[in-house]
Design a protein around this ligand. Structure first.
Ligand code: AMP
Ligand code: TRP
Length: 327
């Protein structure tokens, strides 16, 4: 039997090349090898305040992105988290075994609560428990994510093991899958920080829907380190990040890239990098636009996905409830 993977993205902000390289692009390869489930995690998105109209739009947009990058509903299952009530229900049950200090230790929680200060909702603290419920409901074997989510997968493992110990074997304990080179794409305007959907400046990221001109402009304006050489070194984080993006889009090794740009400057390198990104994103952008004009097709796929997901999720939830004495 094929092993199962599960992963998700929040329908917030603009989906960027960090999400694409760190998550989506890998998923399109993994769907051929694994029994794959991909979720649009709208309940997680609610921890970032927004309007109902905007969230609705983002959910559809993200579904269009999933389809446009090549996720194939014939090969994988994808659905919207809130369409499967078992996610919220299992979250509550897992909350009773999750410990507050282990949630307070999460880097993402610490960062977000620093940003928001007086406006830290309980959902932010509970975020990893909902994510654990997502993963554990499907008896997932492995979770493909970017580096920033590793700690959250670790909590899912902890909760699975704790539940199994307290109540008897119920959950699979999932592994994490992280693709090293694309695990952490840094911001174009600050190579010390990861590329982020919620960044205030659009020069932080390249969105999958950016126009070719916008991509050229953003790469042109991307910060570089002092010096002029195209040479990979962790001591030069800006050029290291751009070279890494170059590698992810071209498949060329760092040595090959260095050879190619020997004696040339940043301008040549950046101009080629922009064209590489454009070549890969252009068909995706077109497809997204096309699909957004056909919401009925998206809705049909999401409805079927939720139907199939409910069956798998319900089976686990029933078992959990039985083990906990709730039936
Ligand atoms: P999020 O934007 O937080 O919903 O993340 C969705 C997926 O994209 C997760 O698997 C993240 O780990 C991944 N991801 C987000 N930002 C980056 C980044 N800058 N580099 C690599 N992967 C990322
Ligand atoms: N928390 C993840 C993120 O911000 C998204 C997510 C929610 C997820 N549930 C998941 C990822 C389950 C993997 C598996 O990127």
């Amino acid at each position: 039997m094929k092993k199962r993977i599960f992963s998700g993205i929040r329908p917030t902000g603009s989906i960027h090349i960090g999400n694409y390289l760190g998550a989506l692009k890998n998923w399109t390869e993994l769907q051929n090898k694994y029994d794959s489930i991909f979720c649009i995690v709208d309940l997680h998105a609610l921890t970032t305040p927004t309007t109902a109209k905007n969230l609705q739009e983002k959910i559809f947009d993200l579904a269009a992105v999933y389809l446009s990058v090549g996720l194939d509903p014939k090969k994988c299952l994808f659905f919207v988290q809130s369409h499967v009530p078992a996610h919220a229900e299992l979250t509550w049950l897992l909350n009773t075994i999750a410990k507050i200090p282990e949630l307070e230790r999460m880097i993402q929680f610490k960062e977000k609560s620093k940003e928001r200060r007086s406006n830290v909702n309980a959902g932010l603290l509970d975020y990893p428990v909902l994510m654990a419920a997502d993963i554990l409901l499907y008896q997932t074997d492995a979770v493909p994510v970017g580096e920033d989510q590793k700690q959250h997968v670790e909590i899912a493992r902890t909760l699975a093991k704790r539940f199994n110990k307290n109540y008897g074997r119920t959950f699979n304990v999932p592994q994490v899958i992280i693709k090293k080179e694309s695990a952490r794409i840094m911001a174009l305007d600050n190579p010390e920080k990861k590329m982020s959907k919620s960044a205030s400046s659009p020069y932080n990221y390249i969105a999958l829907t950016d126009s070719s001109d916008a991509i050229r402009e953003k790469i042109k304006r991307a910060v570089t380190d002092s010096g002029t050489e195209i040479k990979y070194s962790p001591a030069r984080p800006a050029i290291a990040n751009l070279m890494n993006i170059y590698h992810c889009f071209s498949g060329l090794t760092f040595e090959k890239i260095e050879q190619k740009y020997q004696g040339k400057g940043y301008a040549d390198f950046k101009s080629d990098l922009a064209e590489l990104i454009i070549a890969e994103l252009k068909p995706i952008r077109r497809k997204i636009k096309e699909l957004k004009n056909n919401p009925a097709q998206i809705k049909k796929i999401l409805d079927q996905g939720a139907k199939d997901a409910r069956i798998i999720a319900q089976k686990t939830l029933q078992e959990v409830k039985k083990k906990m004495g709730l039936i």
